[in-house]
Design a protein around this ligand. Sequence first.
Ligand code: ZN
Ligand code: ZN
Length: 375
Amino acid sequence: MYRIPFDRVNWTTSSFLIGTALIALVGVPIYLFKVGLDWFQFAMFFFYVTATMMSITVGYHRLFSHLSFKAKLPVRLFTLIFGACAFENSCLNWASDHRRHHKHVDHDEDPYDISKGFFWAHIGWLLFKLNPEPPMDNVADLRKDKWVMLQHDYVHWIGLVVGIVIPTALGYAWNASQGLDPWMGALGGFLIPGIARIVVAQHCTFFINSLCHTVGRQPYSTTHSARDSAIMAFLTFGEGYHNYHHEFQHDYRNGVKPWQWDPSKWTIWTLSKLGLVDGLRRVPDGRILLAEMGEARRKAQKHLAEMREHPHHSPAHRAADAMHELVEKLSANYHELEKSVADRVQLSREVLNAWQDETRSLMRELRRTKASASA
Ligand SMILES: [Zn+2]
Ligand SMILES: [Zn+2]
């Protein structure tokens, strides 16, 4: 039977995570029932959720952990301050864990290794201390940044003041200015943009480690568990295109297609137009398509082999013959693309688009034959 390893419980973190969740789940509904929701509280909640989540996705993740672009001081300071308000530890700690996650994904040294189960990847890794604690030997570059180090030293104080005290004080001041009970306003500020916002932002971040390694498609690689999901992207400010991200971690975009929901990428792009960030790193389109075609080809060949195991003249076997032609064509395109990527030859947009369309139609065909085979 499963026993909780009490000697390894991280009591501070566990009390915080469980305590804030309980306050949010019990306190917020009672407050809303008794007092109702003021638009000012809602606006503060919206601002704080967005600022906190964006500071994690744009700042902690894409800027500091992956160096996928360079940022001027205002952006670095903003994301360090509001990142602290997420109570997900200092940027230095976060980046160290995250770099290990990418390097050892799905293996023992991955701090949120999904192969240890959904619960572990989501929150278990935070509730229990590792024995021994892994060294923070992969963030030497960040240690040279005095603002990162300052945030590291005062992270909980910054989170407490900016993330809890300020919304509480603003709630007080707002109610006082409206002739309402100021202490009720303070309580609302504490509960809604304060505690409930922390819980929402934390679990949305944790989903990246749990659900984004569980649900969705793997169009770029199946060598790791990360997945692409539009629903997850919506909940995580664009981080749900996690299969792409694990394949090309230095790209500032996670949702690489123009239509994919990635507010973090749009924010970084907008900041670059304002001159606040630069050096945005992008993987060339040819390399991205090569990964997609390689994955499509692998899946199609596997499926083709399965269909061929069916008896001759069966519908599955006949469908395999039709699909064989598509796979051959994809393979030919794949080799041509592979060669041009290796030779650094720029292929025209039209050729890339045509191959992209062919790859997609093959994948659709594959899903269709799979569905009809299992029907
Ligand atoms: Zn991941
Ligand atoms: Zn990452």
